[in-house]
Design a protein around this ligand. Structure first.
Ligand SMILES: Nc1ncnc2c1ncn2[C@@H]1O[C@H](COP(=O)(O)OP(=O)(O)OP(=O)(O)O)[C@@H](O)[C@H]1O
Length: 396
């Protein structure tokens, strides 16, 4: 739950999405809750099919009629679940916007990019063609398109993939939305172009206070960009934490497995040949059922009977604060550069994270708006000798 005084820019509570087709029922999202504050970047991670995109599409009110949505999505005090289409159309683009993975499918190939950015302004702000054109050029400039006045006359196919993605961002932020959802915005791009796009997103949150929900598979991007992380598994939120806590002291066994499945050069050598990539055994559960127990239980090495009988709620955990624990958090954070790998090979020299010189130390980052939470009866111990029992956790 949000502890800061300011209301969240976006508040999602107990969101559920069920698709009903003639042949099956899919519980794509089940009881998901999160908040995001102005100027914050919340990364949403999890294996393919865990419900990241469906969550965002539900928040935007863009799901097909086969989907039924439950719970609450509050945007600046306005409830979006159950709102009618005309109200949603008014909100989308103006107060909340989304950028997608593949800009070529979202841009109109027969209109210039200046026209496409300008159209959004004209539709939502009722300004004239000439003013819209001028403001479109300003927006293209803001997202880092060189010579924006000339490029505004280009068609999408005349731009590189990275430039097209910048155009999508310009369209998304044209009306200065409070919340921007970026669904895998850098996946199809090479690493240097990706870095440029992430810088644009960072500058938006700093300059305009945009709250950004960043959906990504790339844990390096998460480490480098996010303030907080939401981990999803099989349609449920299983862990939420400030980014350095999540990387340094993951508490849900699934999160730990997810981090262990990322290649880190030098780790194997540093760990005497033992540091292999750790696969999570077993398979992701089918979403056609909605079990009333922990869905990760069949794959979890910590599970006991209770995990197979009762569904663990998302509970606040005590944050690791002792100096030694703090160092471990830091170490975890430093393991991941922007590409999911340290910039140089591993120990004995500890690698610097990408862009560390310009970015504040993790300890200087803004205070988290939410505590560390995990949906687990037996959260992974911070130290093996300190296995905590549920009753020792500081529930709040
Ligand atoms: N229109 C639909 N009808 C039925 N099931 C759907 C529909 N859209 C999505 N799903 C199902 O919902 C589940 C979640 O899908 P979603 O696209 O949100 O996953 P994801 O975590 O974003 O995956 P990825 O990382 O691969 O994009 C999947 O099992 C998917 O098959």
């Amino acid at each position: 739950m949000t502890t800061s005084a300011a209301p969240p820019a976006l508040s999602v509570r107990d969101l559920s999405v069920v698709f009903r087709t003639p042949t099956r029922v899919v519980h794509a999202v089940d009881g998901l809750s999160y908040d995001i504050a102005a100027g914050e970047v919340l990364a949403v991670v999890g294996e393919s099919g865990c419900g990241k995109s469906v969550t965002s599409t539900a928040v935007m009110g863009l799901l097909p009629p086969t989907a039924s949505v439950g719970g609450s999505v509050r945007l600046g005090g306005r409830e979006l679940v159950g709102a009618d289409e005309s109200e949603l159309r008014d909100v989308r683009g103006r107060e909340i916007a989304m950028i997608f993975q593949e800009p070529m499918t979202s841009l109109n190939p027969v209109l210039t990019i200046g026209r496409q950015v300008g159209e959004v302004l004209r539709r939502h702000q009722g300004i004239g063609r000439r003013e819209a054109r001028e403001r479109a050029v300003d927006l293209l400039d803001l997202v880092g398109i060189p010579a924006p006045a000339q490029r505004a006359r280009d068609y999408p196919h005349q731009l590189s993939g990275g430039m097209r993605q910048r155009v999508m961002i310009a369209i998304a932020i044209a009306c200065d939305p409070a919340v921007l959802i970026a669904d895998e915005p850098t996946t199809a791009l090479d690493v240097t172009v990706q870095a440029g796009i992430l810088e644009v997103l960072q500058s938006l949150r700093e300059r305009l206070g945009t709250a950004i929900v960043l959906i990504t598979h790339d844990l390096g991007v998460v480490a480098d960009t996010a303030d907080r992380v939401l981990v999803m598994y099989a349609g449920r939120g299983v862990e939420q934490a400030p980014v350095d806590e999540l990387f340094g002291a993951p508490r849900h066994p699934y999160t730990r497995g997810l981090l262990g499945a990322v290649p880190v050069p030098g780790r194997r050598r540093a760990e005497g040949g033992r540091g292999r990539l750790q696969e999570i055994p077993g398979l992701v559960p089918s979403l056609t059922e909605q079990p009333d127990h922990c869905t990760f239980q069949p794959r979890c090495s910590y599970a006991d009977e209770r995990c197979g009988e009762q569904r663990p709620p998302l509970r606040a955990l005590r944050a690791p604060r002792a100096p030694r624990e703090r160092d471990e958090r830091r170490e975890g954070y430093e393991r991941y550069g922007r590409t999911g790998q340290p910039e140089r090979s591993g120990p004995p020299e500890r690698p610097e994270p990408h862009g560390q010189s310009e970015r504040p130390e993790p300890s200087e980052r803004p205070e988290p708006h939410e505590p560390h939470e995990a949906a687990c009866w037996y959260p992974v111990p911070i130290h093996p000798e300190h296995r905590e029992r549920p009753e020792e956790e500081a529930a709040s």
